[in-house]
Design a protein around this ligand. Structure first.
Ligand code: FE
Length: 157
């Protein structure tokens, strides 16, 4: 086998183990527990659909994809701080994108094989609210792209 084929296999293997390790790290306790009825009443239909039913807002429509004020992006479900504006960048995807979370314990990562794709879902570690997905195609320094629904976020200056 040619050496570049071996290199590709080595890289794929490293990537697979990395994703598995991240997924296993994320079994943190949910701190905010509410019934479905309580969430619907509190969030309204659009946010409920995204945060509690793992929905996705259409790209280029959310209120934060072009937002560049300085501050923090908190969970729209429970207020937990999730991302800093300093890690926000324009990924061109049409969704707010960040290269890192504000704190590694703020976000849970879960393997998601729905819709015929292999992805890593991101959720708020405090309330289990669905945020979006994280992809390994982001910029330096992390190389990660946290791709988040605007409806899952609440910006605070
Ligand atoms: Fe939350």
């Amino acid at each position: 086998m040619k050496s570049h084929n071996l290199l590709i296999i080595a890289l794929l293997t490293a990537f697979t183990f990395n994703v598995t390790a991240q997924t296993n790290e994320s079994n943190m306790k949910t701190k905010v527990n509410k019934t479905e009825d309580e969430w619907v009443e509190e969030l309204g239909e659009e946010k409920f659909y995204i945060l509690r039913e793992c929905g996705t807002e259409p790209p280029f429509t959310g209120k934060y994809y072009k937002h560049d004020e300085k501050g923090s992006y908190n969970c729209a479900g429970c207020g937990a701080m999730l991302f800093s504006s300093t890690s926000k960048y324009d990924s061109g995807s049409g969704w707010p994108s960040f290269y890192e979370s504000i704190d590694k314990t703020a976000i849970k990562e879960i393997e998601d094989n729905s819709l015929g794709m292999s992805r890593v879902e991101i959720k708020c570690a405090s309330c289990d609210g669905h945020l979006g997905h994280v992809f390994p195609d982001g910029p330096a320094p992390t190389g990660m792209r946290y791709c988040v629904n605007s409806a899952s976020l609440d910006f605070k200056k």
